[in-house]
Design a protein around this ligand. Structure first.
Ligand SMILES: Nc1ncnc2c1ncn2[C@@H]1O[C@H](COP(=O)(O)OP(=O)(O)O)[C@@H](O)[C@H]1O
Ligand SMILES: [Mg+2]
Length: 133
């Protein structure tokens, strides 16, 4: 795994925008990190890197936000069971040809496809983050 140290929100976004260029449709990226690590910030940068103009927001009321069919942003924090995730049809988006980014993927582990990529963000201080990818 490679490592990048970010010292600001903007740097994380810029890094994610570059990282986006390494992705292909159908890729599934598991985005790990504690609450407030910067997972959603990373996803915002990734969307910019893909040329998506719509602003990426935290998925407060849904478990998955669809940006143009090109980016599917999952936040599985509030998923309570795999059965619930299955009933919501969350696995359906993994093979729709877009890039999937999944926060709290451990909550839907049995539904994840093989060959997922992984990005882990660690909080080093208030403003510093270690990004392993
Ligand atoms: N280097 C950094 N990279 C990303 N976010 C940072 C950084 N430094 C401070 N932050 C702040 O940390 C918070 C990360 O929030 P968010 O992306 O919603 O976290 P998560 O989705 O992991 O819960 C934001 O308020 C952001 O401004
Ligand atoms: Mg988040």
């Amino acid at each position: 795994m490679a490592k990048f140290i970010s010292t600001s929100r903007e740097e994380t976004e810029a890094f994610a925008a570059e990282y986006a260029k390494t992705l292909r449709g159908g890729d599934v990226v598991l985005l790990d990190g504690e609450m407030g690590a910067g997972k959603t910030v990373f996803c915002k940068g990734l969307a910019k890197g893909l040329g998506i103009v719509e602003e990426v927001t935290s998925t407060t009321y849904s478990y998955m936000n669809d940006y143009d069919g090109r980016l599917f942003h999952y936040d599985c924090y509030r998923i309570e069971s795999v059965v619930q995730a299955e009933n919501l049809g969350l696995a359906d988006y993994f093979d729709m040809g877009g890039i999937c980014v999944v926060e709290w993927s451990q909550n839907i582990a049995p539904l994840l496809p093989d060959g997922c990529k992984r990005v882990a963000i660690k909080k080093l201080s208030e403003t510093e983050r270690e990004i392993d990818y």
